[in-house]
Design a protein around this ligand. Structure first.
Ligand SMILES: NC(=O)c1ccc[n+]([C@@H]2O[C@H](COP(=O)([O-])OP(=O)(O)OC[C@H]3O[C@@H](n4cnc5c(N)ncnc54)[C@H](OP(=O)(O)O)[C@@H]3O)[C@@H](O)[C@H]2O)c1
Length: 251
């Protein structure tokens, strides 16, 4: 019997990670796969576990790599890894550049993946769209305007140099419903709604071009890449790619 495939979501307890796990758990795939995720908070979100079970949660600190070993020992070496772990709030990144670089550069993740006998693993990594130019193309020069952006560019470069099978997805602001286990960070639509419902006035940016993306569209892109890889692998080689999500035809 063919070995079941294994999909691992790093940062599965976050906003995108939870929506992605929900999508993966419901996915109708020709090739069945097992699902695991990492969290950094001490306890994995119970509502998430209940909703997407069976799933294997692991506590990992991506800054040090602590916790990765127990994934390979218990769950096994993954076939697809989606990296959603990050310090994702630009303001928080600005005040702590050292922690930002340590978290957002996937050094410990790639070191762990590189230790496997079989390194034909697809790494899907989330990046961002922030820069000084509007509606840029993937091949345009990157020009990060803050610490968050700098860490994302450094991560893209690090992955390109150290891993062969990858897809880097540059997303703009992700919007959508709250997660199965609510996240504490401010969400764009919910924040705007709370301001409007209190009839408050607020300062809002007027000098940025953004292309907000619905969270389930981001999930669908990741699902499509995952399904393709686990059904064709190892016959297929994923073309190394940096993709801007809003530029993709999702439907
Ligand atoms: N949301 C957006 O609008 C947006 C837009 C463009 C790109 N992105 C990118 O998409 C990805 C996912 O974003 P998101 O909104 O889902 O982020 P998020 O809600 O802030 O989630 C971040 C995840 O990273 C984990 N994490 C943080 N520090 C960690 C550490 N030291 N070790 C291990 N895990 C750690 C968190 O774990 P705990 O929660 O358990 O602490 C959480 O699971 C990120 O790379 C982000 O930069 C997001």
């Amino acid at each position: 019997m063919a070995e079941r495939k294994r999909v691992l979501v790093i940062g599965g307890s976050g906003y995108l990670g939870q929506h992605l796990l929900d999508g993966l758990a419901k996915a109708d795939s020709e090739t069945p796969f097992d699902l695991a995720f990492t969290h950094h908070r001490p306890i994995p979100p119970p509502e998430l576990i209940d909703a997407v079970s069976p799933v294997y949660p692991f506590r990992v600190d991506v800054r040090t790599g602590e916790g990765f070993e127990s994934i390979s020992n218990t769950f096994g070496e993954p076939h697809v890894v989606v990296n959603c772990a990050a310090l994702s709030v630009p303001r928080a990144c600005e005040v702590d550049p050292v922690t930002t670089m340590a978290t957002n550069l996937p050094t410990s993740l790639i070191n762990w993946l590189s230790s496997f006998k079989d390194n034909n693993i697809l790494l899907i990594h989330l990046s961002t769209d922030q820069g000084s130019k509007s509606f840029y193309k993937e091949e345009d020069e990157t020009a990060p305007v803050n610490m968050y952006g700098k860490s994302k560019v450094a991560a893209e470069e690090f992955i390109s140099e150290h891993w062969s099978n990858f897809a880097i997805l540059r997303s703009s602001i992700i919007y959508g419903p709250q997660t199965l286990s609510p996240v504490s960070k401010s969400l764009p639509i919910q924040w705007i709604d709370s301001i409007l419902s209190r009839s408050e006035e607020i300062e809002f940016f007027h000098d940025e071009f953004r292309c907000p993306v619905y969270v389930k569209d981001v999930v669908n892109v990741i699902l499509a890449l995952t399904k393709k890889w686990i059904s064709d692998c190892p016959a297929a080689q994923m073309a190394v790619a940096v993709l801007t999500i809003e530029a993709m035809n999702l439907h």
